[in-house]
Design a protein around this ligand. Structure first.
Ligand SMILES: NC(=O)c1ccc[n+]([C@@H]2O[C@H](COP(=O)([O-])OP(=O)(O)OC[C@H]3O[C@@H](n4cnc5c(N)ncnc54)[C@H](O)[C@@H]3O)[C@@H](O)[C@H]2O)c1
Length: 264
């Protein structure tokens, strides 16, 4: 595939490496600031002027992969739609615009796949959390809790990944209904799931779900080593999106893979 990268920061560079490894071509790197970018905006890409979508069916690439900043997500979605280019979007922090983007994509009839965590391992972790929740729900001796650890620069807590894992657990582990993220100055209620965060050092991200009983303890742990896992997941998602139209989330892609339809 010929791919346009939108955002040439830490993730964009990692994705470029994975694209090349998998035999794809990076035909443009779009970033208003980054060194090494060859276009400052999408409209600077040759053959992709502001009116190109209306006046000529120019498609300067087979796919776009966007890991940039949330402010650009809506305008970029219009551009992908106008040019008929499927897009994989890993940029986070645009929950409020999700429905507008969905409408843009549906009106354009293009393909769009977004996700807050493209790591194959993290998505396997989510699947294991759900499976464990189904099992452990039946054993009242076991109580559940979650802990996540990240490097000292991380701005938000708990991580989006921890919240997603907690949300998925609560769907199947019906004895708990509420997520509590604060430091507790009281005993926790049985229906509350405590999701705690620790910050420090350079840890790329550790997520642990523990089921604890008076007799023993079971922990499921995902520990990221590098950003390469996110990058690989986004490229696999782009390969999956080719030839599909619609507004997808990374869950649709991994659910398909976990059903055994293709290799991860
Ligand atoms: N979904 C996932 O699996 C996953 C994993 C890691 C990071 N992320 C998210 O991806 C995004 C990028 O992460 P990063 O670590 O590469 O950040 P980064 O700050 O290293 O790089 C982001 C780059 O995007 C550029 N940019 C900003 N606005 C742009 C626009 N409108 N068009 C093109 N480029 C633009 C910036 O100049 C910067 O170079 C963040 O939102 C981050 O939360 C998602």
């Amino acid at each position: 595939m010929d791919v346009i990268l939108i955002g040439y920061g830490r993730m964009g560079r990692e994705i470029e490496r994975v694209l090349v490894d998998r035999g794809h071509r990076c035909v443009a790197r779009v970033d208003p600031r980054a060194d090494g970018a060859d276009a400052r905006s999408l409209d600077e890409i040759p053959g992709a002027g502001a009116n190109a979508g209306r006046t000529a069916a120019r498609t300067p690439a087979d796919c776009a992969i966007e890991f940039a900043h949330s402010e650009g997500v809506v305008d970029n979605a219009r551009w992908y739609g106008a040019h008929g280019i499927p897009a994989v979007v890993g940029t986070t922090g645009w929950e409020a615009e999700r429905e507008s983007v969905r409408r843009i994509v549906e009106e354009a009839g293009s393909g769009y796949l977004w996700g807050a965590n493209f790591s194959v391992g993290a998505n396997l972790f989510f699947a294991l959390v759900e499976a464990a929740g189904v099992l452990l729900h039946r054993f009242e001796d076991y109580d559940a809790m979650m802990l996540e650890t990240h490097h000292r620069h991380k701005k938000d807590s708990p991580s989006g990944t921890a919240l997603e894992a907690a949300r998925r657990l609560l769907e199947v582990y019906r004895r708990k209904s509420d997520i509590v993220t604060d430091a507790l100055q009281r005993p926790i209620e049985p229906h509350e799931l405590h999701v705690a965060s620790v910050r420090g050092g350079s840890v790329p991200g550790i997520h642990e779900l523990t089921f604890d009983s008076p007799f023993d303890s079971i922990t499921i742990r995902h520990s990221a080593r590098t950003r390469a896992g996110f990058a690989l997941g986004s490229v696999l998602a782009a390969e999956w999106l080719a030839g599909r139209s619609g507004f997808f989330s990374v869950d649709d892609f991994f659910a398909d893979r976990l059903k055994g339809q293709g290799e991860v």
